[in-house]
Design a protein around this ligand. Structure first.
Ligand SMILES: [Zn+2]
Length: 494
């Protein structure tokens, strides 16, 4: 029996604005799409929070035994500045500023993104498709929408006709906006605009002569509108209707609203069962922004190289800090809050490690079965990680009481406690025990040096001084100094 058969997950659906029990379209399998990064600059902490929120969802669903196909795209083209259709492609702009190829920008920041995600011990998605790798699919969708009568061509560009769509569908249902209000609140269209209405959005843009990123299409040499890629890649890999679509709160409108409109115009069905949106991260109570300096990049956090930080914080501590808030709440990032989380993180790890040293009792003073279910209940309630962490702290308190011989747990309960803590700390939250890592790496290093000292001794015994000197000198080059004394050879790291 799979774990998911015993646990009902309820998820807050941004579309219906209620918590709903997750009912997979296909028994035992979940299709999840999350809007990935636009790779024109370093990923910032706010993005990281969104992706770590969905890493938690991905890991928990897997832990329950679901077969999860998690698709997270890379936006490497077509993202227009300020979402204004007249804007310049952001990646092309950055490329010109730095005088390098657009694909060089894409490569650099994709690698940066992967490195950061790896530091946080986030699992890679099952498929990570790129927008530029799906131009043909995007062109096919535009053709389909044109055939359905929900788009029009103007001077080589194609726009989605929002007003026409809204006659037979509902545009604005995800963000809760009324099209009439949107129209009332828009200023007159600029005279040079090709759009019939300000709410219309680009499906295809004709490229200006100086535009470097361009592809041939039936309408012009150009590039796809940003909203289109997610419709193309989600439905290609997950089907016309799939279980979960996630992203940052800021993508709800217009990006996700446009995705729904495109998919409904094309496939005649609502593409997604559950829409999930992760909330933003503020810094010292204010919005993070590069322009004001109120900003921390992941690498600055890991190295402590930022005036707003008193020290370096390991990625796993930052991850733990983020999970101490629910993904739908705004979370404020500060040095003090991180320091508090670091203490909490170590308290949990210490408690977990000490379980194996506890002596079993004949009876238990705590109900571990009930506690275990309360951990699942927390995650089943819209992935409520702060409640889960509170449950883990409760267990840490019990562990310390047992350690002081003030209470007892049976062998069976100790095993269940250890297994459950392991599952939630490492499998579901994807934390890493830092001291564990450091210890085992230390042991590996000392074992390796001992072996080299032994080989050097053998070389000296054979009067092979060239080899013995080579071992000594090359170890010194990497910062390990051998010292020969009466007791034999010792070493120090310099
Ligand atoms: Zn998207």
């Amino acid at each position: 029996m799979k774990l998911y058969e015993q646990q009902d997950i309820s998820i807050y659906n941004s579309l219906t604005k209620t918590k709903e029990i997750l009912q997979p379209i296909h028994q035992g399998a979940i299709g999840m799409y999350v809007c990935g990064p636009t790779v024109y600059s370093n990923v910032h902490m706010g993005n990281c929070r969104t992706f770590l929120s969905f890493d938690l969802v991905f890991r928990y669903l897997k832990h329950l035994g679901y077969k999860v196909r998690y698709v997270r795209n890379i936006t490497d083209a077509g993202h227009l500045e300020n979402d204004a259709d007249e804007g310049e492609d952001r990646i092309a702009k950055k490329a010109r500023i730095e005088a390098i190829e657009p694909m060089e920008v894409v490569q650099r920041y994709t690698v940066d993104f992967h490195t950061v995600m790896h530091s946080f011990n986030a699992l890679p998605p099952s498929i990570e498709p790129t927008a530029t790798g799906h131009i043909i699919e995007q062109i096919e969708i535009i053709q389909n929408i044109l055939e359905q009568g929900f788009a029009y061509e103007k001077n080589g560009s194609v726009y989605f006709d929002v007003l026409k769509f809204n006659e037979s569908h509902q545009y604005g249902k995800l963000s809760g906006r009324q099209l009439e209000d949107m129209i009332a609140n828009t200023r007159e269209l600029a005279a040079q605009s090709e759009k019939k209405n300000a709410q219309d959005f680009a499906l295809w843009k004709k490229a200006e002569p100086q535009h470097i990123m361009r592809w041939p299409s039936p309408w012009s040499d150009g590039f796809p509108g940003w909203h289109l890629e997610c419709t193309a890649m989600s439905t290609k890999y997950l089907g016309n209707k799939f279980d979960i679509h996630g992203g940052g709160m800021d993508l709800k409108f217009p990006h996700h609203e446009c995705e729904i409109a495109q998919a409904e115009a094309c496939n005649h069905e609502n593409p997604v069962n559950v829409w999930m949106h992760a909330n933003m991260l503020t810094l010292n109570g204010k919005k993070m922004a590069k322009s004001t300096g109120n900003n921390i990049l992941p690498n600055e956090l890991f190295t402590g190289n930022n005036d707003l930080l008193s020290k370096a914080f390991p990625p796993v501590v930052a991850k733990f800090f983020m999970y101490q808030a629910h993904y739908r709440s705004i979370l404020d990032f500060s040095n003090d809050a991180l320091e508090a989380s670091e203490k909490g993180y170590h308290r949990l790890m210490d408690a977990y490690r000490s379980i194996s040293e506890l002596t079993p009792s004949v009876k238990s003073d705590y109900n571990i079965d009930e506690w275990r279910q309360s951990c699942y209940d927390a995650m089943n309630d819209d992935f409520n990680s702060p409640i889960l962490i509170a449950q883990l702290f409760e267990a840490a308190k019990w562990i310390n009481t047992v350690k002081e011989d003030k209470a007892g747990l049976t062998k069976g309960d100790l095993d269940l406690l250890q297994q459950t803590m392991h599952n939630f700390l490492f499998d579901v939250m994807g934390l890493i025990d830092l001291s564990d890592n450091a210890n085992s790496n230390g042991e590996k290093l000392s074992g390796t040096i001992d072996l080299l000292i032994e080989l050097r001794n053998q070389a000296r015994a054979n009067k092979d001084f060239a080899t013995s000197d080579q071992i000594r000198d090359q170890l010194l080059e990497v910062g390990i100094q051998l010292k020969d004394g009466k007791e034999g050879t010792s070493y120090s790291l310099i």
